[in-house]
Design a protein around this ligand. Structure first.
Ligand SMILES: Nc1ncnc2c1ncn2[C@@H]1O[C@H](COP(=O)(O)OP(=O)(O)OP(=O)(O)O)[C@@H](O)[C@H]1O
Length: 263
């Protein structure tokens, strides 16, 4: 089935227990911009003595590509989980701030809502749930009658998501598990793109892929970056470096410092 044919059944509804969706935004052209701001964020898991993250501060402008690198166990994935709203920080804030053309704030910062953040975990294909590509993309869509306008917006974004990740050449009836490694990653990205999140988080997006699929994913991230704000955690610095607008090193002990990508 092709994406345009898929639109009408989508409006009828699908099962909706994966996650909730907030109101979607259309792509906009404006001199105003938003930035994601993380302020003094710390995290100490319940029942432990030591903080994993310590006084993290970062700021990333809309439609920019941020990269966090650092040694294993330094706290990078934990930070992504907090930004996605999956883990509550011990203290600190994550907000979205609207700015004018001179970069000064034009309204008070708002909390970044978890439903406006997309996250693609490491090896996302391990979490595929549906039997077809189309069902995988639409799995968590709301199905209540009252959600019809939201569903309509999601359906309108579907074509964009499928085209952006280069899934147009495959059938939407295909079993996700039968796809190649690179196409599985594309599908995982499409699931998030369809929501047009304010922030897209990617944990090791190139891990486990062969050289061709890695190059393909880098190219499609370059494309997606034109529309979305992306924050990536990765050890694959050389391949991602050309996309990076801002980078930070997570030091052991969960201390984040802005730093150039070491090549
Ligand atoms: N809930 C928890 N309770 C106790 N320790 C935790 C908890 N969650 C994570 N940790 C520990 O915090 C540290 C940071 O883990 P995290 O997975 O965020 O690191 P990372 O930088 O992403 O590592 P990698 O690059 O290997 O993925 C690790 O030592 C981990 O064992």
């Amino acid at each position: 089935m092709d994406a345009s044919l898929a639109l009408s059944p989508l409006l009828l509804g699908f099962s909706s227990n994966r996650r909730h969706f907030g109101k979607l935004r259309a792509l906009k052209i404006s001199s105003d911009f938003s930035k994601i701001e993380v302020r003094n964020l710390s995290y100490k898991p319940p029942g432990t003595q030591q903080s994993i993250l310590n006084e993290i501060n970062l700021s990333l402008r809309e439609k920019r590509f941020g990269l966090i690198f650092g040694r294993s166990g330094s706290g990078k994935t934990t930070l992504l989980q907090i930004l996605a709203g999956l883990v509550q920080p011990t203290c600190g804030s994550v907000s979205i701030q609207k700015c004018g053309i001179d970069s000064s704030p034009i309204e008070p910062p708002k909390s970044l809502l978890p439903e406006r953040v997309g996250i693609v975990f490491q090896f996302p294909e391990r979490y595929f749930l549906a039997d077809t590509v189309l069902e995988e993309i639409t799995f968590g869509w709301p199905r209540q009658k009252s959600d019809s306008s939201l569903r309509e917006e999601l359906a309108l974004n579907l074509q964009y998501a499928i085209t952006s990740v280069g899934l147009k050449s495959i059938s939407l009836d295909e079993d996700p598990r039968s796809l190649s490694g690179g196409f599985k990653r594309r599908l995982a990205l499409a699931v998030q793109l369809v929501q047009m999140p304010d922030l897209l988080l990617l944990d090791e997006p190139l891990a486990g892929l062969d050289w061709k699929a890695r190059a393909d994913v880098v190219n499609l991230l370059k494309n997606i970056k034109k529309d979305l704000t992306i924050l990536v955690v990765s050890h694959d610095l050389k391949e991602l470096a050309p996309l990076v607008d801002k980078s930070w090193e997570m030091e052991m002990g969960g201390v984040l410092k802005e730093a150039p990508v070491p090549l």
